[in-house]
Ligand binder design. Structure first.
Ligand code: SP5
Ligand code: ZN
Length: 356
């Protein structure tokens, strides 16, 4: 399976994730790119460098105000007092203008970048520094280049996107995500002539950004299997089974939350259900949000999926027979990250269903 990547995706270095007010070492690191690159190269998948694409498809997914903020935030921060004053070199939000604050009053955009950040950043874990915009935009180019390959007749192509994207909403970034690569891939497939596209998200966390982008649309289905937010896991407030879409998108969203500790068998059953669903709905192309953080060793989730499980997931999604853009999402255990991705790609490329 062709692997699309970009050296620019290494440029984002969040350094820290501010979690419960404490700067912890970030897990969404540039070394993820090289861990994946070396494993997929070893497995014999051909590498292709992403080509630069215009902003038109990206602009169908995100509001211009957030794109402008992300493109300019690091420079605005550098020109502010933050490094000298408190030694903070990354953009960290300071307040969040939620309805609890605005409370029906007329409001204006915040002038200070530390205050404006909370208009778009919805958590404190997704910092912006030099290179963040360039890397996130390069990841979008990876997704678009992989979509081009599929539109040109490849059965499947893998986009080594980093930073990941499925938590990025139309006008919000969070969960280590800035630009929604999978949503961009789905839009590219739509523009390229597929009338109905299915997205299946097997990252350990529900992709609230992708869900939000397509919640009221009937032309892109979103299905996700993830650790149950009701057990206290990110994204906490969405991802429940009774969220099924609205308006034209009624019944076009499907969440399959799973309990902590879930192992291969029930996880694969849920993926099989999502696969049957997108096929029955008449989708002609597929986007896979491939997070490998559901793996047993991953520090960010309590699911217990094995490498064989990921291989079987690839086989199940390959058996849909749909042309597929596979987009990298999460996965943070550096020693196993590459082999988990390779296991999925092997299953998807060969289509052999191995017993769970
Ligand atoms: C794309 C993706 O997988 N994003 C992950 C979002 C979940 N992050 C929530 C992190 C919760 C805090 N974890 C402990 C961090 C200590 N450094
Ligand atoms: Zn995740």
């Amino acid at each position: 399976m062709p692997v699309v990547w970009s050296p620019m995706t290494r440029a984002h270095d969040p350094q820290n994730e501010v979690w419960v007010g404490v700067a912890t070492i970030g897990t969404e690191v540039a070394a993820r790119v090289d861990a994946i690159l070396s494993a997929v190269t070893e497995s014999g998948h051909p590498l292709t460098e992403a080509t630069a694409h215009p902003d038109d498809v990206l602009a169908r997914v995100h509001e211009q105000s957030m794109l402008t903020f992300l493109a300019e935030a690091a420079e605005r921060w550098r020109q502010g007092p933050y490094v000298d004053l408190v030694g903070q070199s990354r953009v960290v939000p300071y307040l969040f203008p939620t309805p609890a604050m605005t409370a029906g009053l007329p409001t204006r955009p915040a002038v200070a970048v530390h205050a404006e950040a909370g208009t778009y950043a919805y958590d404190t874990m997704t910092l912006v520094g030099d290179g963040t915009w360039e890397a996130a935009r390069a990841a979008v180019d990876c997704a678009l280049t992989a979509a081009d390959l599929v539109l040109a007749g490849e059965r499947a192509a893998y986009a080594l996107c980093r930073p990941p994207g499925h938590h990025a909403t139309p006008a919000g970034f969070g969960g280590s995500c800035y630009l929604n690569n999978a949503a961009v891939a789905a839009e590219a497939l739509r523009v390229g002539g597929h009338d109905r596209v299915g997205i299946i998200d097997i990252d350990a966390h529900q992709g609230n950004g992708t869900a939000a982008i397509f919640y009221d649309r009937g032309d892109v289905l979103y299905g996700s299997v993830h650790v149950d937010p009701a057990a206290g896991w990110f994204p906490h407030i969405v991802g429940y089974a009774d969220e099924t879409g609205t308006g034209d998108g009624a019944d076009c969203t499907r969440n399959r939350p799973l309990p902590e500790g879930t192992a291969d068998e029930s996880w694969l059953e849920a993926i099989g259900d999502l696969a049957d669903w997108v096929v029955a709905a008449g989708c002609s192309a597929l986007v896979v949000s491939l997070g490998v953080d559901a793996a047993v060793d991953d520090p960010e989730s309590p699911l217990m999926i094995t490498g064989d499980g990921y291989r079987a997931a690839g086989s199940i999604l390959s058996a849909t027979g749909l042309p597929a853009v596979v987009v990298q999402e999460g996965g943070y255990h550096l020693p196993s990250l590459g082999s988990l991705v390779a296991a999925y790609l092997h299953g998807h490329a060969t289509g052999v269903v191995s017993a769970p």
